[in-house]
Design a protein around this ligand. Structure first.
Ligand code: AP5
Length: 216
């Protein structure tokens, strides 16, 4: 089963993907993680995309479509894919349709998390992430046992540079500009399910499992 998670920045896509990986062995492709890894390595791709990410803008469609094509070709090992952060525009969604058709795979479910801008800002301004194993935390809602240290691997936690308030506001502006058309695109495909992204992570996860038919 292959799925797409849609929603605003900080909407909980990465958090819910993590649960699906732990409980059901699915595989996540996060375009944000791929781009950050490229930026960290200062690869040609990284140097090209860093300025967009730091400003809270979307990376151009042709660039991100190539990133996704490569990731899909490498990642399609039958474990079930979670696309997190892609697509974000109708153009990307149409390209994805072509890519999966050529690979003879399908997108089975599209889940859209809805939450208010106020909640997005609250979440992103408190988010921390492990430098090594990438597990996500929140200083208020999901704090590590020891401040600044990852519970799982003991590495340092950091705050993303695009989680500063002025960049969060730009990310939200871009999200509102693009998302309605993207959601309409998937609504017309009949695969879209909308759920509230507010509430406890466990309650939201139960709804996600229910939609995917994975409830125990
Ligand atoms: P990306 O890394 O994909 O960022 P994003 O979409 O803005 O999403 P986030 O990772 O910020 O949020 P999330 O929904 O995963 O939330 P999380 O679970 O971490 O993209 C970064 C940039 O890359 C983009 O701005 C763009 O420049 C570029 N890019 C990427 N993909 C692209 C594309 N397709 N096209 C063009 N450009 C692209 O949760 C957030 C926090 O809230 C955490 O601290 C978490 O612990 C907490 N939390 C989660 N759920 C709950 C809950 N239920 N209650 C309380 N707290 C919660």
């Amino acid at each position: 089963m292959n799925i797409i998670l849609l929603g605003p920045p900080g909407g909980g896509k990465g958090t819910q993907a993590q649960f699906l990986i732990e409980h059901h062995g699915m595989r996540q492709i996060s375009t944000g993680d791929l781009l950050r890894a490229a930026a960290k390595k200062k690869s040609p791709l990284g140097l090209e995309v860093e300025k967009y990410m730091k400003a809270g803008k979307l990376v151009p469609d042709d660039v991100i479509n190539n990133v996704m094509k490569e990731a899909l070709e490498e990642g399609n090992d039958g474990r079930g894919l979670i696309l997190d952060g892609y697509p974000r525009t109708v153009q990307q969604a149409k390209t994805l349709d072509q890519m999966v058709k050529l690979m003879n795979v399908s997108v089975d479910h599209v889940i859209n998390f809805n939450l208010s801008d106020k909640e997005v800002i609250r979440r992103l301004s408190g988010r921390r992430q492990c430098r090594e194993c990438k597990v996500g935390y929140h200083i208020q809602f999901a704090p590590p046992k020891k401040e600044g240290i990852c519970d799982r691997c003991g590495s340092e936690l950091f705050q993303r540079s695009d989680d500063k308030i002025e960049v969060i506001q730009e990310r939200l502006r871009v999200y509102h500009e693009k998302n309605d058309k993207l959601v309409d695109y998937y609504r017309s495909s009949g695969k879209l399910r909308e759920i509230s992204g507010e509430g406890s992570t466990g309650d939201i996860y139960k709804k996600v499992e229910g939609i995917l038919g994975l409830s125990q």
